[in-house]
Design a protein around this ligand. Sequence first.
Ligand code: ATP
Length: 320
Amino acid sequence: MLVVNNIAYSYTEGLPIIKGVSFSVEKGANIALIGESGCGKSTLLKLIYGLYDLDQGEIHCGDKRVLGPAYNLVPGMDNMRYLAQDYDLMPHISVYENIGKFLSNFDLVGKKKRIEELLEVVGLVEYADTLVKYLSGGQQQRVAIARVLASEPELLLLDEPFSHIDYSRRSVLRRDLFAYLKEKGIACIVATHDSLDTLGFADETIVLKEGQIIDMGDTREVYEHPINKYVASLFGEVNELMISDFTGLKLNDEALYVYPHQLMRSSQRGQLDVIVTDCYFKGDGYLVKCLFQGNRVIYFNHPLFIEKNTEIKLALKKYE
Ligand SMILES: Nc1ncnc2c1ncn2[C@@H]1O[C@H](COP(=O)(O)OP(=O)(O)OP(=O)(O)O)[C@@H](O)[C@H]1O
């Protein structure tokens, strides 16, 4: 339903921020857009919504071509909604009124039902009559999410949608929101730094670097077979090892990107010999920092505390 075809954009002439980006999104799909800060995620979402005029290429959503402000008096497409990082709410009116702001008054009973349904989705039923200015940052972000859902768009563009919401509410809201979008067949593109938004929910992941797509596909595939360290590190801590580190054979050597949970302490010979330098408690166990070959840092997950300076061997879990 969304086709982005070879688009480019620069804020300043000669300094392109988005370079030759192409991809498509199916109806109801959940797409994660990931990449380091400043790589162009927000700019790409704004271009899809029609907030800027493209330098090159075109975007279609359904049967409509996305037109920027040069061709569209009121920027933004009707069949999409865009949730910006500064969610642009009206502080002096209630949560209920903010959510209903863009809903027609033609069917007042339907409007009330819709607002109540959305208050439920974002967990703000008891705040319906509270003025937005009295809400916390996280609560305001939830109002903004409800507001972009109100008119049932075909495509939602969400820029860091849960960034101000505390951890426990974030998990519930993330689950409820993404289930709701699936149920309604609403596609979404979520620009995010939180790998939990991506791993559990995104059907596909697009990886952006310096304004270009460097990897794209099934989320699990992108995570399990990262094409380089940049991609792997967007999902958390990662170790860059070589096949020869395990085999000792330099012929046809290749880099391996290994997440800490993929390594384990081993008693076998011929594994990585490392020295523990730190052990960080992380709730369900420890993240252990080690030195390999004197100066290469390796992290791995372990259920128990290990003393500093302990000499241990590490093995790849999947080969055990
Ligand atoms: N209005 C603007 N005018 C000029 N340059 C801009 C403007 N908005 C963004 N940029 C620049 O464009 C680049 C991409 O910014 P963008 O906000 O799209 O990145 P991002 O990947 O969303 O970053 P973050 O993850 O930190 O939100 C950055 O170098 C930024 O400084």
